[in-house]
Ligand binder design. Structure first.
Ligand code: FEO
Length: 168
């Protein structure tokens, strides 16, 4: 059985993962309106990743005999200035999520819950990838410096992304 303190911490993190999903859907919507369908596709795949993260935690809490309690999801930002700004914000958001996952791990350590520590290791590794993928695209947008041709090339690249449920 999982402790109440950990269940509360997981419920908080499930909310943050669902907020991430909503934030990235808002970013996708901005790209749709800007006629950059590849960038929109990238974020729509990211939406699926975030739902996967939330559901992985949801299933784990249930499996350990805890009760999932959903909270209200915050309003995400809806207006942005540029593609670069969006990817910088997404990178910053992933850094925040990494710190939240680290805090969750701290609670599991305090509670001496070894099963939860093992479960959370997957998220610790996943965050390395999440940050790296956003950071790499920030670098590309900086490199092209607003050049239209470069923008179309990046957009075309990002149109190739597909959602593959991570192997667990
Ligand atoms: Fe669920 Fe992008 O971290």
């Amino acid at each position: 059985m999982i402790s109440k303190k950990l269940v509360d911490a997981f419920n908080e993190q499930i909310n943050k993962e669902l907020f991430s999903e909503y934030l990235y859907l808002s970013m996708a919507a901005w790209f749709e309106a800007e006629n950059l369908p590849g960038c929109a596709n990238f974020f729509k795949v990211q939406v699926q990743e975030e739902r996967f993260h939330a559901m992985k935690m949801y299933d784990y809490v249930n499996e350990r005999g805890g009760r999932v309690l959903l909270k209200a999801i915050d309003q995400p930002e809806i207006e942005f200035k540029s593609a670069l700004e969006i990817f910088e914000k997404a990178y910053g958001h992933e850094q925040l999520v990494t710190s939240l996952i680290n805090n969750l791990m701290e609670v599991a350590i305090e509670e001496k819950d070894h099963a939860t520590k093992s479960f959370l290791n997957w998220f610790i590794d996943e965050q390395v990838e999440e940050e790296a993928s956003m950071d790499a695209i920030v670098g590309k947008f900086k490199m092209i410096g607003g050049n239209g041709h470069g923008m179309l090339m990046i957009d075309n690249d990002l149109s190739q992304r597909v959602f593959t449920p991570p192997t667990v």
